[in-house]
Write a protein of this length. Sequence first.
Length: 189
Amino acid sequence: MDQAPGERGSSGRDRAGADAMFEELTRVNNELANVQRELTKRNVELVRLNEQKNRLLGMAAHDLRSPLGIIQSYSEFLEDEAGPVLTAEQLEFVTIIRDTSKFMLRLVDDLLDITAIEAGQLRLDREPANLEALVRHNVQLNHVLGARKRIEVDFASDGAPLIAPVDGGKIEQVLNNLISNAIKFSHAG
């Protein structure tokens, strides 16, 4: 059966349109494949860089652990052996050095736990702690820093214990950051 000339033209256009659509889909598919290859390549690079970062972080934390342990040990020695001959202020400084080195060792231990950092989860050791005592202790630790800038760091409390199930080390870290940053970024006097 013969087709009318107009019918052949629409069939040819349909075929041309289908060919154009096929070519466009092929082009988009090729682009997607290229993007997927590039993403895979970049993901491999990110994994490699992340492993390098973890190794570096682990080495740095490990290398910090030893000198901090020495500082802590010497400050404990000074406190025990030289305590009776030190002035009250000198003994306070030695105690602050000891407490701060213990605190820093706990931070380094947290850094060494790379899996917790990677997962975005920090291990909390919740135990009943006296929040009033934690605040008072951190104010005392930062008192000397404040005094150097003629800033009075004070804490007023009725002295009643406020017991809460918290990770005392992490709360100390937060308090120390807050107080020391307040001092650091405040004008002298």
